[in-house]
Each structure stands twice: as C-alpha cells, then as structure tokens.
Design a protein around this ligand. Sequence first.
Ligand code: PRX
Length: 567
Amino acid sequence: MSNIGNYEERLKNFDWSLSEKELDYKAGNVINIGWYCTDRICQMGKGSKMALLWEGQGGVEKKFTYNDIRLASNTIGTFLRNLGVKNEDRVCLFMDKVPELYLGVLGILKIGAIAQPLFSAFGEESLLVRMENAESTAIITQRKHIAKVRKIVDKMPFLKHIIVVDYDGKHPLREREVAFSLEEATPVENFEFFPTKAESPSLLHYTSGTTGQPKGVKHVHYSLISQYLTAKWILDIQENDIYWCTADPGWVTGTSYGIIGPFSLGVTQCVLDSGFGAEAWYKFVEKNKVTVWYSAPTAIRSLMKAGEEIIKKFNLSSLRHLASVGEPLNAEAVVWSEKVFGKQFHDNYWQTETGSIMISNYPGMKIKPGSMGRPFPGITGTILNPDTFEPINAEGKIGLIAFKPGWPAMMRTYWNNEETYKNKFKNGWYLPGDRATIDRDGYFWFIGRDDDIINTGGHLVSPFEVESALLEHEAVAESAVVSKPDEVNMEVVKAFVTLKPGFTADKDMELTIMNFIRKKLSSLAMPQEIEFVDSLPKTRSGKIMRRILHAKEWGEEIGDISSLEND
Ligand code: PRX
C-alpha cells in the first residue's frame, strides 16, 4: 500500500495541517529543519538507524546513523558559532557531494544561519556573483576547490571565513582560511539549536535569470511542511526503504529531497559522490538494495543509451518506486523503464522557487507517458491565457502554468531583488515561467519554457550569463545564445558570435574563445558550438532576436518577424 493511498480521496478536504500534525508542529511554535532531520528522529527512538550511506571516488565508504548526523551537525554548528557566525548569516557550501555538504547544511540550519549551497562545478565568476549578491559571511569548501575561492577573495570584503574540510597540513593556509575536520573534531553532545520560527530564512538557492544576474531564491523553515509530506506521498518513502536521490545539493532537488524530505522522514538514504556511469549506477543500486530512486531525465536517457545488456549483469529487483524531475521526461523513457526495470519512472514538476513538488504522477495512479501528472493535493494549478492571465478552461490549449500562492515551501522572495519577485505574480497567480496544456483528466503536459532560459540536462542556463562571458573576449563584437536539440541532454547551449574587425572566424578562434569562457562559466553552461556569423537578427530598437536563431536550430516556424530590423 502506498503512503498516498487514493489520490482522489486525498484531494477532498486536504489541509496542510495534516503535515503539521504528523510533525507535531503548531502555528507560532519553534520549527527548525536541522533539528527535525536529526534530533527528532533520535527522540523517536531511531538514533541507531542508518541515516546516510556514502560512497566516494574509488569506492571509499562512510556510514552515519541518525545519532551520528545529530552529533555531526551539532559539531559543525558549534564550530561555526565559535567563529562568530550568527543566525541569518549566509554560509556558502562549495563542495562535491561529500558528507560534510549534507551535514554542513544541517549544522548551518541548526544555528539559524542561512545555507547557500553552490554547485562545485561553478567557475570563480559564477561563484563571485552569487556570493556578492548574498554577502556570504563564510564559505565551506574542499582543497580541490579552494583555488577558485582564492582568485576572488580580494573582491569579497564581507567574507570572513573560508573553512576547509579536508586540509592536509601540507600548504600553509592563508588569511581568513581555517581548517575543520569532522573526523577529528570532538563530537558535540550538548547543543542548543537556534529557535527559528516558520518564517525564519533557511536556504538560499541560486537560479538563472533571463535578463539579469542569477536570482537568490529565499526559503524558510516552514518549507518542511511541504517537503515532508510530498516526500512521503510522492516519493512514497516508507520506514524500511533505502532511498537514493541522484541530485547534487548544489541544486534544489538535492536539498528538498536529498536532505530535508528523507531525513525528516527518518529513512536511510545513500549518496554516490561520483559522476554518471551506467555500470557504476546499477552497481550502486544493487549493492545498497535501493528501493526508491529519484533521478532526472538526462540520466535516464543516458541509461537507455547504455543499453539493456548491461542491466542483465545486475540484480535490481530491490527497486520499488522510481521518480524523475528537472526537464521533460519523454514517453519513450517511461515505456523503456517499465520494460527493463518492471517499473515506470513517475515524472514530477516543480522548480527552485516552488521549493517542493507541484505536479506529479502518484504511486498507484494511471501514468500517461509524457505527462507530468496532476497537482499535489493542496496545490491549485492551472494554465492561463498569456494575454489576459485568466485560466484557460479548454482541453489541450497551450497556456502559462500558474499556481495559487500559499503552499508552505513557496519561496519568500529573491534575495535583494524584490521587484523581480513581484513580477512573478499576475492576477493573483504565481507564474513559474513554463507553458503546458491540461487534458480532460486534469493531467499537465509540458510544452516549453516561456522565456529564453536553456534547460540542458536538467540545469538551467541563462543565455545572458553566457553572452556576457563571450562579450568579455577581445575579439567578440556581439553574441546571442540559444539552445539546439540534443539526443541525451534534450537541449544544449549554442552561441552565435560576430567578431570585431581584424579577427578571423576559424576553428582556432572558436577554441580560444571556448577556453576563455570556460574559466568564467560552469561546465554545464559551456556552449557545445560557436557559430560565427556576419550579423545577428535584431529588432528595430536593436534588441537581438534570439527567437529567430532558436527557431532555425529547432526547424520551427519563425513566427511574427514584423519587428525585425533587416526584414
Ligand atoms: O522549466 C521547468 C523545468 O525545470 C525548471 C525548474 O528548474 P530548477 O529551478 O532548476 O529546478 C529543477 C528541479 C526541481 C522548470 O521551471 N522542469 C522541471 N521539472 C520538469 C521540467 N520540465 C519538464 N518536465 C518536468 N517534469
């Protein structure tokens, strides 16, 4: 029997107080995610239960019980407090998927500070703009990433502490740098967590903006109410499950459902800190007897590409429930997973800003391959006419996805950017910036984004950020960045560039520019191709029309070009 039981029944009289009750939370009381994910589980008598099974490069393993993660988060929290880190200070985490990342988030939350995880593949400039915006007090990092921090440290007067979790004593630490070893630190038993309330800030996740700098999505401790119940009903996490979320906590899936949801439910979860490899992934499932698997379409398509023969080498019979998020999950992938694993991947839809899953295929519900499913109970979702912002009550018509604001995990603002936040609401609806249709059974079908953001392999890339990096190169006069189709990543980044006089458009130039921007961008945002052109399509007011370049790449109708300059 699944946790959700019957979806239709759950829709009737749904109230978030259901989740509050299960968490023994009453309005106005203290609510601290760090405490809920560790101390509370221990108080429920599960201190000796495995919380985290971690595997790193070369098969190194580390195991943590719930009591271990309670002590580790106390220890990290105490270390930060002793440095002078206070509640609501932003503490950046810039690490691979090492245990200190997971336990660090919990420790930061326990002292009421704001956890700001940043994906470790970011280049120094990507790191700088996000830390400048947040004015981060401290950054927790590893030796392998410290060179990037050192390059920008002089530009960050607000940054007081650079904490290195794997310092080997070989090279001297510099000003503001300090070593912390979880293994060598004395575990802190007695710890007073900060009494955060529902609206106290918890996490700051950065997401790409369309025209400006990345936006810091501010979440609060009350988000737990959504994350706990959606992890329970959608991911169907049960007492004896072994849960594997493949996402990195540098992104929202890795925190909402790689830390908060599973730990608040007291489940055993495993983490594989290495890149994608079909064989390595299947081996990991087999070894840990993973029962619930939450992954992403690009990974699933990569598994499909690796073929079925390889699957026969492993015993994957432990798998009970599969879910996917982050980009369109094509119908073929759902059909394939049923064929090879005997289980369908359940697609779900949400975003950094929503904090928790909004639309989903539920355990036990009929899946229509290619559809994202239906809104979570307690979520009012619809599609709006893009001109009037009124709901479109017609089957199959394309409109803007919209949600009635007010669910617990909804972002509270964009950090230092209230204006952009306000612009996300129209006519009393929150607009995530995506287009979809709804069928007669209320299932949502994703059509595409309503802006120029590129979703490559589940990672959002702002064309603006890539264009800005390109423009910094001395040879580049103008640039326009769009997506182009890709079999595995669905879409990849492509740049169009015009050169300044005196520079030659050739392979060498492409390579030089690529190397130049590689230092500035994360590997995910790197263009797969630079095409040199003589001019870019522009409106009469001089705005570059990415839409035209995009349509050409995708072989689509170009549409209305009446505002084109050189038509
Ligand atoms: O465009 C939608 C796409 O990813 C965006 C959110 O990205 P991010 O904030 O990075 O969060 C990703 C993980 C929660 C959405 O606005 N997206 C997300 N899920 C789906 C999707 N597109 C199609 N199908 C999905 N299931």
